[in-house]
Design a protein around this ligand. Structure first.
Ligand code: AHR
Length: 630
């Protein structure tokens, strides 16, 4: 590894010196007659997990942090505080007959006539003029005249107003409300209270922007659509090894919240398998569901498979139909487990033991649905060797993961992810040469978690901020994936929103982080037929043709801090009729983007009047040329 990095550094210095001494333009050779196989679209995959602010606080539109009262109202952990109180107003948690979960808050007002006494959720961001929708599930004990829903807004000098009043009955009922924010704030409040004497149970509450799309954030979804990823892996990640998917089906208000089994915070169980399928439909992508082979058993996985792919007459297909989804989801991609080799993984075990568990899952899942494709947990080294020796007949793809940190030296930093792709691909090629069980068989790689990972957590747990250099590193990693298209079939960037993250959000804005930009460019503006391309460092080039061969593409990273003028020599392209250019770059290698602010690292687009073959590549850039040709 160290040797490789030193080599890259020497090569960068050497190339720069040669260019400046000779004054010669570096040459990029592209041969469109030398086709080198298809690039799988699945390398543009993504991964989402119930971790940090990826789903809750990123994709999901719910604004309340604990809408089903996992924590006792008024406790230190709870976002709900009690306003008022004393002898007259009391808030207790009823454990005898909770609406959902462990307990339900009960608001009791002993004497009416004074101001409204309430429970209050703070830290809410409202945007003036924007509409919000909510609901509150209420039940009265005895006579309650009114329950008040109050909104507090205003940046300086807060103003409160009643946005709804409800008269609850003796049975739990859902009451909807809606309001338009009068003022913007990042410190708004939602309160639920009583004015007249009485006792009321608050089963659950919800608050979302009214422009939510099936309860997902419109701003995040719009970027997800631009990312245009063809496959999403879910629900983990470490989370899956402690997850019971059955906790998150049916009426969301009745799904009990719990502690996230792997990460900080609450698992609200609002985003379950049906919501994931809705997400995939909205994002125009395919689902990859990972089953729990950690603490979970094979029956849990079989029930999940049946819930997704079974007919409405099957036991779990019927439950799915009752939940409003009659047609099977026909999920093709299934991961069995996550990182089962690591002691951080719930239920992890030695590989000799795990292979039996994997094979049982695979056999029974395939027996239930022969059309599915199975991804087995991999990890370069002994784990892989045993898995591939013992499970080759029970898997279609081998999962591999990598995360790389930050190296201060730019040239060493930007090649880290590329080198990890090389390391993993090199190892898997070797297994195919040496492991007898793989004779005459190919098990391609599903690199179903990868990214840079360094720096402070700005966007919640795992919520690091990336810089332009990370974006260039991802571009170089993609180039390496293209070059290994014969064995690398799928890759899923970890994770789509906030956790590491292609997209970063605040409560009111969403923006692409730098690592998303190469994916946006290559997914939307690059061909699927790889052709031969060569360049010398600090340039790195790839090229392709569209399926119909009518458009040619050349992608070039310039990893140096100076612009480079290069000569592109193309074979197999007679006459270029149209040239479109996309350039990702920014002011310096540490430039970054922030939601709510104009982006610093951008994709610039223009059309060139003609194609001379001599191009100047911006410093620190990824450039993709699309060439219409005859
Ligand atoms: O992506 C974050 C975590 O990193 C995943 O949950 C886990 O699989 C990996 O270790």
């Amino acid at each position: 590894m160290k040797v490789l990095c030193a080599t890259a550094l020497i090569s960068l210095v050497f190339t720069t010196i040669v260019f400046s001494l000779t004054g010669e333009e570096p040459v990029i050779n592209v041969d469109f007659t030398k086709e080198q196989g298809e690039i799988s679209k699945y390398i543009y995959g993504q991964f989402i997990e119930q971790m940090g602010k990826c789903i809750y606080g990123g994709i999901w539109a719910e604004m309340l942090d604990d809408r089903k009262f996992f924590y006792a109202v008024g406790s230190q952990e709870s976002p709900w505080k009690v306003q008022g109180g004393g002898d007259v107003f009391r808030v207790t948690m009823d454990e005898k007959n909770p609406y959902v979960g462990k307990w339900t808050p009960v608001l009791s007002l002993g004497k009416g006539g004074g101001p409204i006494q309430n429970i209050q959720h703070g830290n809410l961001a409202f945007v003036a003029g924007k509409e919000y929708v909510g609901r509150v599930v209420l039940k009265a004990d005895g006579e309650v005249s009114q329950v008040y829903v109050i909104v507090t807004e205003g940046a300086a000098g807060k103003t409160s107003r009643i946005v709804a009043t409800f008269k609850p009955s003796a049975q739990y009922a859902k009451h909807d409300f809606r309001f338009t924010a009068a003022e913007s704030t990042v410190d708004g409040e939602l309160s639920i209270g009583l004015k007249e004497k009485g006792k009321v149970f608050v089963g659950a509450v919800s608050l979302m922007p009214a422009d939510n799309i099936h309860r997902m954030r419109a701003d995040t979804l719009s970027l997800i659509k631009q990312l245009n990823s063809p496959v999403y892996r879910w629900p983990g990640g470490n989370f899956v090894s402690g997850y019971n998917w059955k906790d998150a089906i049916g009426d969301p208000d009745k799904r009990a919240p719990r502690k996230n089994p792997a990460w900080e915070g609450i698992e609200h169980n609002d985003f379950g398998i049906d919501e994931f399928m809705t997400f995939c439909r909205l994002a125009n992508t395919e689902p990859l569901v990972v089953v729990n082979s950690g603490q979970g058993d094979v029956q849990l996985a079989l029930d999940e498979l049946e819930y997704c792919n079974g007919s409405p007459d099957s036991r779990w297909g019927k439950v799915r139909a009752e939940n409003g989804h009659r047609e099977p989801y026909n999920v093709k991609w299934w991961g069995i487990g996550n990182e089962m080799y690591g002691d951080w993984q719930l239920g992890h075990m030695p590989v000799e033991q795990y292979v039996k568990k994997h094979n049982e899952f695979a056999e029974k899942m395939r027996a239930m649905d022969a059309s599915i494709k199975l991804i087995a947990v991999g990890n370069v080294g002994r784990w892989d060797e045993v898995i591939l020796s013992e499970c080759a007949e029970h898997m279609d793809y081998l999962s591999e993961h990598f995360y790389v940190g930050r190296k201060p030296n730019l040239a060493e930093d930007v090649v880290q992810a590329r080198d990890e792709v090389r390391r993993i691909v090199g190892a898997v090629r070797k297994y195919h040469e040496t492991i007898p069980a793989l004779k005459g068989k190919q098990i391609p790689i599903a690199l179903d978690e990868y990214n840079y990972w360094h720096g402070p957590q700005i966007y919640g747990q795992g919520g690091v901020r990336f810089q332009l250099r990370d974006g260039l590193g991802i571009a170089l990693a993609l180039h390496e994936m293209f070059r290994n298209n014969d064995i690398l079939y799928m890759a899923n960037m970890a994770q789509t929103v906030n956790v590491l993250g292609a997209i970063k959000t605040t409560k009111t804005h969403a923006a692409f982080d730098t690592v998303a930009l190469p994916l946006v460019m290559y997914r939307n503006d690059f061909g699927s037929v790889r052709v031969k391309a060569e360049a010398a460092w600090p340039l790195d080039a790839v090229a392709s043709l569209s399926e119909d061969r009518k458009t040619a593409y050349i992608g070039i990273v310039n990893a140096s801090t100076e612009p480079v003028t290069a000569s592109i020599k193309t074979a197999g392209m007679e006459k270029v009729t149209k040239v479109r250019r996309l350039v990702m770059t920014g002011p310096n290698e540490n430039s970054y983007n922030e939601p709510g602010k104009p982006p610093t690292v951008t994709i610039r687009e223009d059309n060139l009047p003609d194609w001379t073959g001599s191009v100047t590549l911006d410093k620190l850039s990824l450039t993709v040329f699309s060439l219409g040709h005859e």
